[in-house]
Design a protein around this ligand. Structure first.
Ligand code: XMP
Length: 320
């Protein structure tokens, strides 16, 4: 792609000009954006970059391994893998059920980890993030009104002022589809480039209410089954984003001849071009029935599955 080749060259120059001889830490989230940002920055400044993958215990099934493998084996880019599950889940337990309190807690802990890692490499001057244009817009104001924060995306403007590092955000002017083109241009594997977006706060915002490891484990398994069925049906690439949400609601059911009293799981799938507006995906009912049956049979703790038919607006894509 001609435009992206030009963008790539320009970005590399800009990054070099901004960073000089400084050291950069880049947080990898498991998503496409941070991966593309990391590869681009690595191309610009090579060994001045250290990538940090913070495993906060809020990842999807198998995700940590996939990210680490991609960077260590495919790219040979130095990567620090921080296991911070205990810290994140401990602090989230204190944050309680409020969505903004959860997001802010996660944002703060990310910074703590980045600062600690920066110290270990003798200090870093910059923190790199894969912030996109829609992240910038949505965190600043809602297009329909004056400066109302919809959600404090942790990777935009939400950095504590005490942080000493400056931001490097080479994708700030791009939309998702452009980032994917750039990712291909940079040689990222197609399977990685085509991945559905995954939010920095991870499964914490797909688990309304208080976060526990037990709930996360239920959600991870159910989500993996749902995505597997979507792939089997050949729908993965048609859908912008699909995921499960574990509701803090229990309902009565019956299994065999016993009464059950377990959680409700909601399924979400939307089409979109930039995440700023979205339509719910019209699965056929047979597909939804199949997924529901599998999840209820295979995931202990879920006895009812519902499908979210809300578009954006008025809904947001994530539930929190
Ligand atoms: P919403 O829920 O606001 O989501 O309609 C729009 C897109 O942004 C993703 N999202 C986030 N990404 N940090 C991120 O990196 C966040 O805090 C965050 N919140 C939402 C969401 O998954 C969707 O793709």
């Amino acid at each position: 792609d001609w435009t992206m080749r030009a963008f790539r060259e320009e970005s590399i120059e800009k990054i070099r000009a901004q960073v000089g001889k400084g050291r950069v830490i880049c947080g990898l989230s498991g998503g496409v954006d941070s991966a593309v940002a990391a590869v681009l920055i690595h191309e610009a400044i090579g060994e001045q970059l250290t990538c940090v993958f913070v495993d906060h215990g809020l990842m999807r099934l198998g995700e940590a391994t996939q990210v680490v493998t991609l960077f260590r084996d495919h790219y040979n880019i130095p990567l620090v893998h921080v296991n911070a599950e205990e810290m994140f889940l401990g602090e989230l337990a204190k944050a309680g059920a409020d969505p903004e309190a959860k997001r802010k807690t996660i944002g703060r802990l990310f910074i703590d980890v980045f600062e600690a890692e920066a110290k270990k490499i003798g200090g870093a001057d910059f923190l790199a993030q894969g912030t996109l244009y829609p992240d910038v817009i949505e965190s600043v104001s809602f297009t329909g009104g004056p400066s109302v924060t919809i959600k404090s995306h942790h990777n935009v403007g939400g950095l504590p002022e005490r942080m000493n590092m400056k931001l490097v955000e080479p994708l700030r002017e791009l939309f998702k589809d452009e980032v994917r083109v750039l990712g291909r241009e940079l040689g990222l594997p197609e399977a990685f480039v085509g991945r559905h977006p995954f939010p920095g706060p991870g499964l914490a915002i797909r688990c309304p209410g208080e976060i526990t490891k037990e709930k996360l484990d239920i959600l991870r398994l159910a989500d993996a089954i749902y995505i597997e069925e979507i792939r089997k049906a050949g729908l993965y690439d048609t859908i912008w984003q699909a995921f499960a949400v574990l509701l803090p609601v229990r309902t009565v059911g019956v299994m065999g001849d016993a009464r059950t009293y377990e959680s409700v799981l909601a399924l979400r799938a939307v089409t979109s071009t930039d995440g700023m507006t979205a339509d719910f995906f019209p699965f056929d009912m047979a597909f939804l029935g199949r997924v529901a049956t599998r999840i209820i049979n295979e995931v202990r703790g879920v006895n009812r599955v519902v499908y979210d038919v809300t578009s954006k607006p008025p809904g947001t894509i994530e539930w929190e």
